[in-house]
Design a protein around this ligand. Sequence first.
Ligand code: BES
Ligand code: ZN
Length: 457
Amino acid sequence: MQAVLDYLKQNQKRFLAEFCEYLRFPSVSAQSQHTPDLLACAQWLAAHCQQIGLEAKIHSTNGHPIVTAKTPPVKSKTKRPHYMVYGHYDVQPPEPLDLWHSPPFEPRIVGRNLFARGSTDNKGQNFAHLKAVEAYLKTGTPLPCDLTFVLEGEEEVGSKSLDTFLKTHHKALACDAVVISDTGMPAANCPALTVGLRGIIAFEITLRGPARDLHSGIFGGAVDNPAMALAQLLAKVRDKNGRITVPGFYDGVTPLSKYEREQSKRYPMKDAALKKLVGAPELFGERGFSPTEQRSARPTFEINGLTSGYQGEGSKTIVPSWARAKITCRLVPDQSPARIREVVCGWLKKNCPPTVKLEINAGHGAEAYHVSPSGAEAQAALRALRQAFGREPIVMREGGSIPIVNQFKKILGADSLLLGIGLPDDNAHSPNEKFNLDCFEKGQLMSAYLWPELARD
Ligand code: BES
Ligand code: ZN
């Protein structure tokens, strides 16, 4: 193990240069003009895996390629444990570009932060695992388990191809657990094991009124305004206590256990710090729950985008012909996405006035995820976190979603160990995304300590 630790220490400078190469690919999965960049990024990644001693392959799909990379086979009389390391090389669109202090695909280091799109979500986090495994392979330190990296290019757009890939390759991918660093930790000195993720349903609603935009002086007052109707309909969804009013919305919600409520109190972020971080005038959330609980363990109804009428310069006097909202609901264990979609859409139909026509377009959906912190693998992960960070980790739930973890469980029967090394101020999905280089180094240590701990049981 000492050789692995020394190797990591001695090679940080080179790791950084390689990490910057990885970040220079604009691998934006949502935008078709970047399809060649995703392929180039996958090719670079596979070549890099090969170079560090893994057996890498690129699998083409109907969407973006999947890269797999295995540790070389080891002869053994007993069955060796097999773990998958999952990550994604695709990134969110960088727009709005004018808010970036430097171009999103030209990595820039300021102090201990590296700024680039995809740095924390998720290239830096999966690269930390690759570097730890490189240290084992290059120092000839035997790994106590077999590893398969699965790095996909469609996480930010729903992981469709990986879902199919898991079904066709379930034999080769059968594993004891999946290790994922694609979540967060509360602070650089506060390591965390995430045991819950929220699920999601996405949909779009359009209210259609007059056949075309109308002069609001000539017709306004006698024809319903779709933007106003949409605002009134959406306003009814939430009451002043932050509760969703749709009957049945909280069906299936498993209450937080006493242990979880205790743990959530350990989350080291005061309300004032959260307020400052998000830059809102005041915090707002469901009454009876702390902000930590509200953003990780409670379901929500969010408007992601709201469009209607004239958005250009100056004024225009119209009754717009239509209004649209892009909605997502974050779900918690054990809400059923299909059931929640049914109750929410049913309620919208029932409450929509006859003066406008409602259209609903269903989007993606996924269940929430929860795993016990008392299992042997979770305990091994906690030991690795302690060794790497020299601190007592916290056990927490997080509010984001990684839908594919449910498929790992359903198709491969494997639980996911969520060992995030992103920070709350990393600006994931926002302008000026960054990754903390202390987290990068500690993440490598965590991965190095993890394999012997996991294989011990
Ligand atoms: N890395 C995130 C998920 C995440 C972030 C989990 C923070 C926990 C804490 C991932 O890349 C992501 O953004 N997922 C999407 C999934 C959606 C498109 C279905 C999300 O949560 O919005
Ligand atoms: Zn993301």
